[in-house]
Every structure is written in C-alpha cells, then in structure tokens.
Write a protein that binds this ligand. Structure first.
Ligand code: ASP
Ligand code: MG
Length: 402
C-alpha cells in the first residue's frame, strides 16, 4: 500500500501542528504502508515571502521570487523530517531538485511535465517516509519554479499518478467538500462524494478547497482523491469519476464576490466588434468570464462582461485607451456584483434545474443581471449585497440543507 498525503499550510502552521501531522503519518508508516508526504509552506509563509520581496523591489523578478518562495516548502519538509526523527522514525526530506520534478519554464505558473520516481522509490524501499516539497519544480535551465498559488495539491496528485499510489489524501483545514460555504450558508453539509467535473467547476468558481489544476490532473490520470481535515478524524469527501448522486440534482452552490461587471455601451452592430473588444482585453491580460451581448437596435449594441476585481482597472484602462478603435458611446462598470452558481452532474439529465434556481431567486425578490451556463453549471450575476441571501435560498430550494 503506497499513500500520498498532502498537508496544507494551516495543517503545518506551528510546531505543534507539525508534530500532529508527523504522528498521523507515522501511524500509517507503522501499519507497513509506503508513505509519501507533500507539504505546503508553514501558515502564511508564502504571503510573507512575497511581501518581503516587495520591501526591496515592488516588481520582483519572477525567477528570484520563485527562488524565494520555494524556501517556504523546504522549511516544512525539513521540519517534518526533524520531528519524525524525534519519534524514532526514518524520514527523508526532498526538494523538487532532488526528486527531479520537471516543469515548463514559466516562473510563477510553471506546469509539471515529468517526475522522476527513482529517488523516491529507492528511499521507500529503504523504509523511509519520504517528504516532498509541494508547489515547486525545476525547469530546463535547472532553475526552481513554482506552480501557482495553491499548487501543492497539484504536486500531490502528480506524485500519486507517477507513483501509481493506492490513495491520495489531501488534508486541509476543512472537513471536506461542502454543498456551500458553511460560513455563509449555515445549512450546508459535507458531501460524501463528488465527481471530478463537479469539483472542477467548484474549484474554478473559487471554492478554495482544491487547486483546480490538481482536479484536472486527477481526472486525467484517474487518481481518486480524498479531501479531509488534518485536525480531526472525520471521513472527508471522495473525488472521483462517478459519484453516487445521492439522488440530488445539484451538489453545490458557490458564491464569488470577487467578480466585477463592465458594460461597453453603443458599439457598432457589425462584424468584428466583439473581436476587437476582446482582443484589446486579451492584450491587456484581462481574464474575461461571463459575456453578454444585447440585441442590436438602431445599428448599435452593448456588450457586458465580468472579470475579477484584480483585472478591473486594467480592463477599463485598456478599453478607454482604445476608444477610437472600438468606437463606443460609453463604458460603465459595477464592482458591487457577485456570481452565484449551482453545480451538479444531475442537471445534464434533468430539465427544469435553471428554472428552479431562478424561482428561488424570484421568491427572494433578487434581480438577475447576467446568466451563463455550462453542461453542469448555472451562474447568475446579482448585486453583491444579495449574494448570501441568494446562496441560502438556492441551496435550500434544491434540498441540500442538512
Ligand atoms: N505555499 C503555496 C501557496 O501558498 C502553495 C500551497 O500552499 O499549495 O500558494
Ligand atoms: Mg490550498
């Protein structure tokens, strides 16, 4: 039995918690399992390192920032090995270079390409617990890279796939995947199982439990994931290809208050207009999410779209700087909007799911500004002040409440 266990920053946030994680891993090791542990940086270390870099340069070179950030995970694995040694257990800490985790070149958002398993297998055969740094890799220049914030989940899944692990357990500070954020929806409950596709939608919507690339990778390689808490023994949520639907239409409700809306009014109603607008936005590196185009009237039309709050200023600036090329009458924007989404594989085969959501919002007298859908998701854009009320109403309307 080979298990890959990943522990997030909160789970290793203090010496006591490191000892707690060490104990949990040693328990499996003493059962005779081969144990590979992937760790994130302790607590808020990564944030602090980024801040530290900015104290000397407000535009730190990406290569050096990766060099700096990767130290965080190195502290964690070394500390864990030291803790395990105190328990009389043989453990070895390895960074991305020592394992040889090959990534693409791009600093700050590199992608894993290949993991050499020789060193890890050799250490396991030697009956050691192997502790691997999450979030980092090595590119073709032999430089350290990082996989993007939250990337340790992806390291764990990639390792589980490469090692053909029997289990991949993601330990975090919540009990598992919930039908909604329990801080805002008090009736939310933990799901026993969820499909990769549903989890991917939820992760992309910012549910925060798993890095979305880790879910993509788990689906691709068929790695079954268990998401559970490092702080208690509760069972957690299994993420896999086919989950029993527990006879529910939808599995979760997600709220994203980070969304902003921009509307470009009075564009010419002719071919190439949408292309030019989104080309301008793409060149400004703005990630556009929902898009709505009005029906043309009097030879003009309006296009609205949403983006994250962080991209808002760049988007407005880029559109204004291209006023002549785009030829619009005016632009307006609203930061006080939020996306509320329902996600569920059940909606592929059941009609009326969107209607039920809209009815729940209507009952609460909540107005919908924009709508977008995928096969297993319906998203509405509403006023931010209504977001939590909407989430509760929709959640309970679908019978997700505890
Ligand atoms: N420490 C890194 C971060 O904060 C990676 C991770 O925690 O997954 O983004
Ligand atoms: Mg995380």
């Amino acid at each position: 039995m080979l298990v890959v266990k990943k522990f997030g920053g909160t789970s290793v946030g203090s010496p006591e918690r490191i000892l707690n994680v060490a104990r949990r891993c040693v328990e499996d090791y003493r059962k005779g399992y081969d144990v590979v542990v992937v760790l994130s940086a302790m607590g808020k270390t990564t944030d602090e390192l980024i801040k530290l870099a900015h104290t000397v340069n407000n535009r730190p070179p990406k290569r050096e920032l990766d060099m700096l950030m990767t130290t965080g995970e190195q502290v964690s694995v070394a500390m864990m090995a030291i803790a395990m040694d105190a328990m009389g257990v043989r453990a070895v800490s390895l960074n991305a270079f020592q394992v040889a985790m090959h990534t693409t070149s791009k600093y700050g958002s590199a992608r894993l390409k290949r993991i050499d398993t020789d060193r890890i297998m050799h250490e396991l055969e030697d009956r050691k617990i192997v502790l691997v740094t999450g979030f980092q890799g090595v590119n073709k220049y032999d430089d350290l890279t990082t996989l993007g914030r939250g990337g340790s989940d992806t390291t764990a899944v990639a390792l589980a796939a490469a090692l053909h692990a029997d289990a991949c357990e993601i330990y975090t500070d919540v009990d598992g995947v919930y039908t909604a954020d329990p801080r805002h929806v008090p009736t939310a409950r933990k799901l026993k199982e969820i499909t990769y596709d549903e989890m991917l939608e939820l992760a992309t919507l910012g549910a925060g439990v798993l890095h979305n690339r880790s879910v993509e990778m788990a689906k691709k390689y068929g790695v079954v994931l268990v998401v559970r808490s490092s702080l208690n023994l509760s069972e957690g949520t299994v993420v896999k290809e086919n989950a029993k639907m527990e006879r529910m239409l939808i599995s979760g409700v997600a709220v994203d208050k980070d969304a902003d809306r921009i509307s470009v009014i009075g564009l010419k109603d002719q071919p190439g207009v949408a292309f030019r607008l989104f080309d301008v936005l793409a060149k400004a590196n703005v990630n556009v999410d929902m898009i709505l185009q009005s029906i043309g009237r009097d030879g003009t039309k309006d296009i609205s779209f949403t983006c994250s709050n962080g991209d808002m200023d760049d988007a407005v600036r880029a559109i204004e700087a291209n006023r002549e090329r785009l030829q619009y009458k005016e632009i307006n924007f609203n930061e006080d909007v939020a996306k509320v989404s329902i996600v569920g594989a059940g909606m592929m085969t059941n009609p009326g799911v969107a209607a039920k959501m809209f009815e729940a919002l209507y009952n609460e007298d909540i107005n919908i500004n924009m709508i977008s859908t995928s096969e297993i998701r319906v998203t509405v854009l509403i006023d931010e002040k209504d977001a939590d009320r909407a989430a509760n109403a929709v959640h309970d309307a679908f019978g997700l409440a505890e």
